[in-house]
Ligand binder design. Structure first.
Ligand SMILES: Cc1cc2nc3c(=O)[nH]c(=O)nc-3n(C[C@H](O)[C@H](O)[C@H](O)COP(=O)(O)OP(=O)(O)OC[C@H]3O[C@@H](n4cnc5c(N)ncnc54)[C@H](O)[C@@H]3O)c2cc1C
Length: 394
């Protein structure tokens, strides 16, 4: 009998993992998701950027799996006629103070194997993005955009073609390891698996608790809000325009992103959400909030970064702050060019001491493997993360 593996989560990671386990191990896979469709959460609510691997510390899982993931994703999109467009990216220094950081970024990108990275001056950057300004930039011509939700739908089709199943409206509410079986209750149905892999995104802590492995890190939900450029303003941005990131945070700062459907997004900011799936300020879940706030790491994080937090909250409430962030790079933009659009919530792991977990974390113990931290660039890296997990799961 073939190995039976359950996968929690029909986001891009769960589906990529299920497909890889079915392909490489011949496993009989069952994907369980609580939602009525695939890619409802982070996978369907992000910037759609196929990151080239510029920022991540060389040798980290993010650096390795991002580079490997880009190659696999480009091939996968070509094979299945899914959109993939190398629109290119500029990381722009707005002033001399930021300029020093560009050299370090370019060196890191080269160390990670990002192809054709170049440093350009103020004139050079305008040749690439005629409406952008800055004192210099790092240019990554192969940074691309894709439709991660479309990739997830295709992966789901692969899973079923490989004999597996994707069971939607199946919230996992209990699981227990007994002997060599993992018993799972999902959507009122009972399942018995040889192994279970959790790729539950914002639901990670709940699954970890069910597995008896709450551990020392917790997910803190960080909402990322976006505006979209309206009408003719869309033509002011050709590809991807990013600020020099603040090295203290894993978030990349408000950027301008051309999407595969032709829209241009401005965002995302990063505000702590008041529910795991807190897509707006109005969405408050007391039970989630209690869990988030009683974790010692949350208070320490807030104490350390309250100034940035206040600025981000202001940015969330005031369109003016968002416009100012965008106008640093594209000064022709005016208030009328920005219309609010939907955003996403990042599942970001935080340690008890309040520090943000930077790298991907995959925790394999017994018959249950938990992905505990898979923020950006996990969508880019999904096919490589899936290979990594297929090898890591005994
Ligand atoms: C605003 C924003 C911008 C981003 N930009 C980029 C980008 O440009 N490029 C990039 O590479 N990455 C980006 N990311 C990160 C990327 O979207 C995520 O890393 C990736 O989508 C993670 O995929 P996932 O499958 O782990 O999570 P998800 O897509 O969130 O999937 C998790 C799934 O688990 C399900 N689930 C949870 N609990 C349960 C349960 N108990 N039972 C059953 N099902 C459950 C959920 O319903 C969900 O479908 C961004 C993320 C955000 C939020």
């Amino acid at each position: 009998m073939s190995e039976r593996i359950g996968v929690v989560g029909a986001g891009i990671l769960g589906l990529a993992v299920a497909r890889e386990l079915a392909r490489s191990r011949g496993a009989e896979v069952t994907v369980l998701d609580k939602e009525p469709g695939v890619a409802v959460h982070q996978t369907g609510r992000n910037s759609g950027v196929v990151h080239a691997g510029i920022y991540y510390p060389p040798g980290s899982l993010k650096a390795r799996l991002c580079r490997e993931g880009v190659g696999l994703l480009r091939e996968y999109c070509a094979e299945h006629a899914l959109p993939y467009d190398e629109v290119g990216k500029l990381v722009i220094a707005a002033n001399r103070g930021e300029r020093a950081a560009l050299r370090g970024l370019a060196e890191r990108a080269r160390a990670n194997g990002v192809p054709d990275v170049a440093e350009v001056d103020a004139l050079g950057l305008r040749e690439i993005e005629p409406h952008a300004v800055g004192v210099g930039a790092v240019h990554s011509p192969h940074t691309a955009i894709a439709d991660f939700a479309a990739v997830a739908r295709r992966l789901a089709a692969d899973v079923t073609e490989l004999g597996g199943s994707v069971k939607l409206r199946h919230p996992v509410t209990a699981l227990r390891e007994s002997g060599d079986t993992v018993r799972v209750l999902a959507g009122g149905e009972r399942f018995a698996f040889d192994r279970l892999v959790s790729c539950a995104g914002l639901g990670t802590d709940a699954v970890a608790r069910m597995a008896g492995r709450a551990g020392d890190v917790r997910i803190v939900p960080f909402r990322g809000e976006y505006f979209a450029l309206a009408g003719a303003a869309k033509s002011l941005v050709r590809g991807l325009i990013y600020p020099v990131p603040d090295p203290r945070y894993p978030f990349l700062g408000v950027h301008l992103t051309r999407r595969i459907d032709g829209e241009v997004l401005v965002g995302p900011n990063a505000v702590m959400a008041l529910a795991y799936e807190g897509y707006s300020w109005r969405r408050i879940r007391p039970a989630d909030l209690r869990r988030i706030l009683t974790f010692p790491g949350t208070a320490r994080l807030a104490a350390e970064h309250w100034r940035t937090g206040v600025r981000e909250v202001y940015g969330s409430l005031a369109k003016r702050a968002f416009l100012a962030a965008a106008r640093r790079y594209v000064p022709e933009l005016t208030g009328g060019d920005l219309v609010r659009t939907s955003g996403g919530v990042r599942a970001q792991a935080v340690r008890r001491d309040g520090s943000l977990v930077d790298d991907f974390v995959i925790d394999v113990h017994g018959r249950v493997a938990l992905i505990r931290n898979a923020p950006s660039p996990a969508a880019t890296s999904s096919l490589a993360i899936a290979r990594h997990i297929a090898k890591a799961v005994p």
